[in-house]
Design a protein around this ligand. Structure first.
Ligand code: BGP
Length: 505
């Protein structure tokens, strides 16, 4: 990546070159100098998803998407019929659709270099398989990306963040059906053509590995879990791999210099004990996730999947040319979300939420108010694990703390826990960079409060900016800075060097 080459060639770096003491050390001198701080040009920013922030769920020709029918978050079942009078959190969300200028001005004030959001597929193709795209939807993102650029932020765009048009999900059972590949390829083509001058950083599917854990959410699979679930999930995964490869190919052909990543949920699990069975099974659990990046970054199916499929009775339908396409069109970088770690005991039921695996408690870790264990060292561990495995540039696309915030009588929001979480995770990231991991950006999840994907709550807040809205939909939608706003601003201004927390008052 250009920015990475730039920083390695910079003067500051050259002055840190280790001295050659002995002749045999000369070989060492050819190695790149140790990266201490964050590289110059590091992309600091924040990330949201269209469906969790925009609202305007039926404005300007938008169709329903898979997130629109859930009163309590998108993992809690599926209902294509909207019930009159029922409150649906995504329908208004924080009205980012109409207020993005005000919100991006605040992001600019914090010094954001990058802003990650998604293009809601159902704004562009309301039914997913329409003959023509919806111009009003296209225009909205045109204006949005222009505004980001005007404010000094690179748009980082997710093409599919839990927003499949509902019509495709019901007609085809989501990604289980190969015909969805053409619909997605057309959507990508339209986006690349329209935004090729504005967007240089792309990613295909948000947390694609959730296809095995939260299949409705990640793959639009409306048919409930049953004995055939693994067959359908792996079939959906293959279809998404083909679609991913087509998107990579089109992106490279249509937008010279653009980078397109894959994106996974890579919060991890440790073995609960040193019992070899726990260790082995935890490793296999990790393979369930890394299977996805193995295919998309290495360009081939890993050998361990044959046995897995045989045990599960899975037979994935593939077409001639699929392997070549996947092999020739691997992603440029690995983006991932990291929230927490859990622990695994051999034989335990595998459960997940939007933060990752939900396993057995780790006595060494504290938990957030929503029960997510807080583990900054785990972030360093995961970065090392992934860089050792792929040697591809990495982007931390989501990391954050969802918690309850209250406004004090003086009008301030003292979100100390959020600042502590941020500080510790940036320190861990800095360690990972010093370990040699090639990391080019970090986007805090939910820099402004948005709707929770997992539970549909507003009051599970991640933001540096508070939004006046509660879980029932009451509130003025007024924005207000929390204490963490100034803190993140300082972190960015110092390129991750000044992490000192403000004195409590
Ligand atoms: C990730 C999703 C995001 C986001 C985040 C936090 O899995 O990519 O969309 O929502 O989790 O989860 P939640 O909103 O449930 O707290």
């Amino acid at each position: 990546f250009a920015i990475l080459h730039d920083y390695r060639a910079s003067d500051t770096m050259q002055t840190r070159k280790p001295p050659c003491r002995r002749k045999q050390d000369e070989r060492m001198c050819l190695m790149k100098p140790l990266q201490k701080g964050f590289p110059e040009g590091f992309l600091w920013g924040g990330a949201i998803a269209a469906n969790q922030a925009e609202g305007a769920y039926d404005a300007d020709g938008k169709g329903l998407d898979i997130s629109d029918g859930f009163p309590h978050g998108i993992k809690h079942g599926y209902d294509p019929e909207l019930v009159p009078g029922q409150f649906y959190p995504t329908h208004e969300a924080i009205d980012f659709y109409h207020r993005y200028k005000e919100d991006l001005a605040l992001m600019q004030e914090m010094g954001f270099k990058v802003f990650r959001t998604s293009i809601n597929w159902s704004r562009i193709f309301p039914n997913g398989d329409d003959a023509m795209p919806n111009e009003k939807g296209l225009q909205y993102y045109d204006d949005l990306f222009d505004e980001m650029l005007r404010r000094g932020m690179q748009p980082l765009v997710t093409l599919s963040h839990y927003e499949m048009p509902l019509a495709l999900a019901t007609k085809y059972n989501g990604w289980v059906d190969r015909r969805v590949i053409d619909c997605f390829a057309k959507f990508c083509h339209v986006c690349f053509e329209r935004y090729k001058d504005q967007v240089k950083y792309w990613m295909t599917f948000n947390e694609i590995n959730n296809t095995l854990k939260l299949p409705y959410l990640a793959a639009g699979m409306v048919v409930a879990d049953d004995a055939n679930a693994p067959q359908r999930q792996y079939q959906a995964a293959h279809n998404m791999f083909v679609a991913n490869a087509l998107a990579v190919k089109a992106c490279h052909e249509m937008i010279p210099g653009a980078k397109i990543g894959c994106m996974l949920s890579l919060s991890t699990a440790y073995p609960n004990t040193c019992r070899p069975e726990d260790v082995m099974e935890t490793y296999q659990l990790r393979q369930r996730s890394l299977f996805f990046s193995d295919v998309m970054l290495r360009g081939r199916y890993p050998s361990y999947i044959d046995r897995k499929w045989e045990e599960l009775g899975v037979q994935v339908q593939m077409e001639p040319g699929d392997f070549e396409l996947i092999a020739q069109n691997t992603n440029d970088y690995l983006a991932f979300s990291y929230y927490m770690t859990s622990t695994h005991i051999a034989g335990m039921k595998i459960r997940s939420n939007t933060g990752g695996h939900v396993g057995a408690d780790n006595p060494y870790l504290e938990k957030s108010k929503w029960g997510w264990p807080i583990d900054p060292v785990g972030l360093r561990f995961v970065c090392n694990e992934l860089y050792d495995r792929y040697q591809k540039p990495m982007f931390i696309a989501e990391n954050g703390l969802g918690t309850a915030d209250t406004i004090d009588s003086d009008g301030r929001i003292r979100d100390t826990a959020r600042m502590e979480y941020l500080k510790k995770h940036i320190e861990a990231l800095q360690q990972a960079v010093a370990d040699g991991c090639d990391i080019f950006g970090y986007t805090w999840w939910g820099p402004i409060d948005i709707v929770s994907a997992g539970t549909g709550e507003m009051e599970k807040r991640y933001g540096f900016i508070y939004v006046d809205k509660d879980n029932q939909g009451n509130g003025t939608l007024q924005r207000r800075k929390k204490d963490s706003f100034e803190y993140y601003k300082k972190v960015i201004a110092s390129n991750g060097q000044d992490l000192e927390l403000p004195a409590e008052d």
